[in-house]
Design a protein around this ligand. Structure first.
Ligand code: 13P
Length: 252
């Protein structure tokens, strides 16, 4: 069976103090709960990672970074390498989030380099893809998602691909309150899995967790997660409240 995952992308929110409080509240809120084998992951800002890693290290929570450098080490002022993240206790790295693609001009080529660094460091990539509203209105959404998969992931060996988590986040649903309908999400997730199957074989494709992201909250998570190809969520705004985040994870 595929791993079910609910990951909270905190984006550029919280101070170290309030982030620690949030992580602690999620940890405490999970105590005594059985979450049907759902893996919960927190993705706080870089500055918080080590301290939050210490707080959650004896818990089932995973720790993710929201980005990493495309280079291994050296004179790259302001960058944070995948090895540094590993040394800070991080297990996962979000790559190719639409906010990185859009505001920081991250393209497929750069993301391939970042993916390589993440895998070399023994970390698990959470690779984000998804179309803009304009792509969907023009009927280009499948082609766009296919090109993001092809250019970002299809160079991987099957062994490397087996480590990848995918997050489908339609850009028009992020932070807008406009969630994709369960049918829209399932249609795209099934398409992604078919493409993965063509590239890596059915067994590898069936083992890959594909998360949905975009205005996912406790009130709509159940329907989304009930779809056969939706294996969980990458949660933005709703992950900033511990009880809401836990309720989302309880939606399976
Ligand atoms: P929201 O849940 O705030 O729409 O953000 C989704 C997202 O971008 C998660 O990476």
């Amino acid at each position: 069976m595929r791993q079910k995952i609910v990951a909270g992308n905190w984006k550029m929110n919280t101070s170290i103090a309030s982030g620690l409080e949030l992580a602690q509240a999620v940890k405490t809120g999970l105590e005594g709960k059985s979450l049907n084998d759902v893996k919960l992951i927190l993705a706080p800002p870089f500055t918080h990672l080590h301290a939050i890693g210490e707080v959650i290290k004896d818990s089932p929570l995973g720790l993710a970074a929201q980005n990493t450098a495309s280079e291994k080490s050296g004179a790259y002022t302001g960058e944070v390498s995948a090895e540094m993240l590993a040394s800070a206790g991080v297990g996962y790295v979000i790559l190719g989030h639409s906010e990185r693609r859009k505001y920081y001009h991250e393209n497929d080529e750069l993301l391939v380099q970042k993916l390589t660094r993440v895998l070399e460091a023994g970390l698990t990539p959470i690779f984000c893809i998804g179309e803009e509203l304009e792509d969907r209105e023009k009927g280009n959404h499948f082609a766009l998602v296919k090109s993001q998969l092809k250019n970002g992931l299809f160079h991987c060996s099957p062994e490397d691909f087996a480590k990848v988590i995918i997050a489908y986040e339609p850009v028009w649903a992020i932070g807008t309150g406009l969630t994709a309908s369960p049918e829209q999400a399932e249609e795209m997730h099934a398409f992604i899995r078919e493409e993965l199957s063509a590239a890596f074989g059915a067994e590898n494709a069936n083992a890959c967790s594909i998360l949905y992201g975009g205005s996912c909250k406790a009130s709509n998570a159940r329907e989304l997660f009930a779809q056969p190809n939706v294996d969980g969520g990458l949660i933005g705004g709703a992950s900033l409240q511990a009880d809401e985040f836990i309720r989302i994870a309880e939606s399976f």
